[in-house]
Design a protein around this ligand. Structure first.
Ligand SMILES: C[S@@+](CC[C@H](N)C(=O)[O-])C[C@H]1O[C@@H](n2cnc3c(N)ncnc32)[C@H](O)[C@@H]1O
Length: 336
């Protein structure tokens, strides 16, 4: 079997280095959540620095993740172009590449994927309501102005409610790219077992056709009915898991189920973090290859993957049309 020494392993390595060892046209789907290139979350991601980042009380400058630096987007593009070219090489013809990003730098990521040869077919939106606005008021800076107190108070009153330009961020975009098929969709599917989408997969509380919007929190009746995926359980993250950007298992499961057909499919995540993509693949009975440059995250991934074997019932499943029961996700969670 191709890539046998990497199959069903989490490998501690720089992604580019390991990708270069993966065989051409051998991977069914790549699902990944790369560093977003905001502040310290770049390709030199340091475990200790990132873990402690939110402990700093920043008053005199913008909070972590919000400093505007045009170079970040450029560096992201240059680096992700190389990554995407490797991903293009290792994917089977017609294989899908799903890549999470931030609303701020999505355009750089999508351009890199596009320039590597992929067809950008669509983008998904992961919708959520719970997030803190990162904007800062300007009172602190007004206090430091060389002006008398009365003028400062007037300026404060005039600018009351005006803050630095960051609004509450409530979605994450995910690129849906496809390596061009080598033949017609049907022939490509018959030859490589990738290229079409599985519309038996259901979303929402009412058996809906797959959509490019999803959420894992109950918002209101219409949104739940149309876009709701199972909420993450407390157990699925693992109490020991201190990764800052753990994705919900149900989202990874949804994207894999939409795109993976083959019994022996291989799901690749070159930035696997605490292992969520690999867990979803394993839960669905598919092979995985996970890569992360940081050994501590590799250990966390391995521990989470063991838990799938030990306590499979803790992890809820995205339904498809035949298996879907009439119970809502919330009811199923209680059962689990
Ligand atoms: C956004 S996180 C992924 C989180 C993951 N989706 C989860 O649910 O836990 C990105 C990961 O990329 C890893 N990383 C950063 N630079 C890397 C590189 N050059 N090669 C491989 N991994 C890298 C970081 O250590 C981090 O864990």
């Amino acid at each position: 079997m191709k890539n046998s020494k990497f199959l069903n392993n989490i490998i501690c390595s720089d992604a580019l280095e390991l990708l270069s060892q993966i065989e051409n046209d051998s991977i069914d789907v790549v699902l990944t959540d790369p560093p977003y290139f905001l502040d310290k979350l770049d390709n030199n991601w340091d475990y200790d620095e990132v873990s402690n980042q939110n402990n700093q009380q920043v008053v005199t400058s913008l909070p972590a993740g919000m400093k505007f630096d045009r170079e970040q987007g450029r560096k992201f593009y240059t680096w992700y172009l190389k990554i995407s070219e490797e991903i293009f090489r290792v994917l089977k013809p017609g294989g899908f590449f799903f890549s999470f990003s931030s609303p701020r730098l999505y355009h750089r990521m999508a351009s890199a994927i596009d320039d590597a040869g992929f067809e950008i077919r669509d983008s998904f939106m992961w919708l959520y309501t719970q997030n803190q606005a990162k904007a800062m008021g300007v009172d602190h800076f007004i206090n430091k102005m060389n002006a008398d107190e009365k003028d400062k108070e007037e300026i404060k009153e005039k600018l009351s409610g005006w803050k630095t330009p960051q609004i509450k961020s409530c979605f994450e975009p995910i690129a849906m790219a496809q390596k061009p098929t080598s033949q017609t969709y049907l022939n490509n599917m018959l030859k490589y077992e990738v290229g079409l989408f599985n519309t038996n997969v259901r979303i929402g509380d009412d058996n809906m056709y797959p959509a490019n919007v999803f959420t894992v929190e109950s918002i209101n009746e219409l949104i739940d009915k149309t876009f709701l995926l199972p909420k993450p359980t407390k157990k699925e993250k693992g109490e020991y898991n201190d990764h800052k950007t753990v994705k919900p298992l149900a989202i990874c499961e949804y994207l894999i189920k939409l795109s993976v057909f083959s019994k022996n499919a291989v799901v690749l995540d070159p930035f696997v973090g605490s292992g969520t993509t690999a867990m979803a693949a394993k839960k669905l009975g598919k092979n995985y290859i996970g890569i992360d440059v940081n050994e501590k995250y590799v250990k966390i991934s391995e521990k989470r993957l063991r838990e799938i074997d030990e306590k499979p019932d803790l992890f809820i499943t995205v339904m498809d049309i035949e298996k879907r029961e009439k119970r809502s996700f919330q009811e199923q969670l209680q059962i689990a």
